[in-house]
Design a binder for this molecule. Sequence first.
Ligand SMILES: C[S@@+](CC[C@H](N)C(=O)[O-])C[C@H]1O[C@@H](n2cnc3c(N)ncnc32)[C@H](O)[C@@H]1O
Length: 446
Amino acid sequence: MSLRSSAIDTTTALKNTSGVLTLRDSGYLSREPSVISIDSSSAASEAAPIQTPTVYNGILQRKEGSIVAKKSRDPAVQLTDARTLPNQAMLSDAARASVTAAEYAIQAAFQAKLQSVKNVEWENHVDNTAPSLNFTFVSDFVLGEGVYRPEADAHVGCETCRPNMGQNIGCEYPRLCACLEYAAVDENRLQPGDQARYVQYQKDQEDDGYLADSHGLPKRFPYQRSKDPQVPSTLMKFYLESRYPIYECNLNCNCGPICKSRVVQKGRRVPLVIFKTANERGWGVYCKEQLVKGEFIDTYIGEVLTNEATGRREMLSAEDRASYLYSLDKFIGDDPDNDLTNETCYVVDGQYMGGPTRFINHSCEPNCRQYTVSYNKHDLRIYDLAFFAVEDIPPRTELTFDYMDKDEEEEEIVRKKREKDAADPKNHDKRPCNCGARKCRGYLWE
Ligand SMILES: C[S@@+](CC[C@H](N)C(=O)[O-])C[C@H]1O[C@@H](n2cnc3c(N)ncnc32)[C@H](O)[C@@H]1O
């Protein structure tokens, strides 16, 4: 599971059936001016199929929160062919105008957007820009058309567990807790009587992967009490070092809210800052406080799209644009019905909607990693993408993760491969990586 090398155009013009051009956001305050153009002939036709606008000759006015295209009756208003914009007169006006006022307005507008997000600030010590206004902070996944997710009250919870259990480690029934049905087996706690069952489990794993039946075998709880009194809990070493999915207890579990198997679901508690990087990586994120190894940071959220909807967005995108796409492909191959494939799995798009983690940059030697966290073991399509610190991270250190989620390699091996890749002309169109790590692979995506 990795961040996809894909790009989405930031154009947000949507034309609804009433012929009104609606901006999904305050795009007209955008730092990068966008030319919005519609074909005036197709605008008149209610019944015409929605198509990408091409040319606009007329006036734009603000109406009930939308930008509306309107032809002027004033003969003094000259028609402008939008295909030739910006024209020479506009360019010379722009060259003379001060941009300071616009920059302040954009900064203030972004600051206003941030008000809705607890414990997140932004700063820029590099230039006067602010992050794109064409982005809305949300607090959960926003399901796109054709995306289905069972309601939280339909999740299967652990019934054997008693209220207020699990204060130390988890539900305290490592063999029986229903939530741990697919959790990693704890080989250290196998009893002699488990042997035959364990051999069968290993065979099942070949076919069923993460969904192999491990009922009755001792399982690993995901979290442990932290040594730092400021940090409630940290991810267990096994999970931190593996890519095994983490199963947390849910709304329907008997164990109650203080069970230790509830961390990611309680949300971010650390203060984050979105900041402008100085080396062509756009915006990045740091935490104002010290993070300890295994500490939960936040989840990656955004619009959850079908693969077709993602493909449509990708068609419109420019190749060199930043990518915010995350495929939810963790359980491909484990689905007993084989319905889940690269073509049918959902994709999280953080470009237009998301949280502060959508600004986290890539590093080939990262200090964070993204883990699969599920509350509904029967839903293989939607789960949380949760970031944890994989080392102690001092305050104000940029947070990074590996977009390709690669295993660590020896520096010398990486160096040789990087040099070979750099010499290969077929790599010259690839996006270069500016992470600056000693083990940098040279490119963001393969
Ligand atoms: C998920 S976004 C991260 C936030 C982004 N920097 C921004 O300003 O919105 C991913 C994009 O950030 C840029 N990026 C992230 N890490 C980078 C790196 N190590 N080197 C170069 N560009 C990077 C690339 O444009 C990439 O497509």
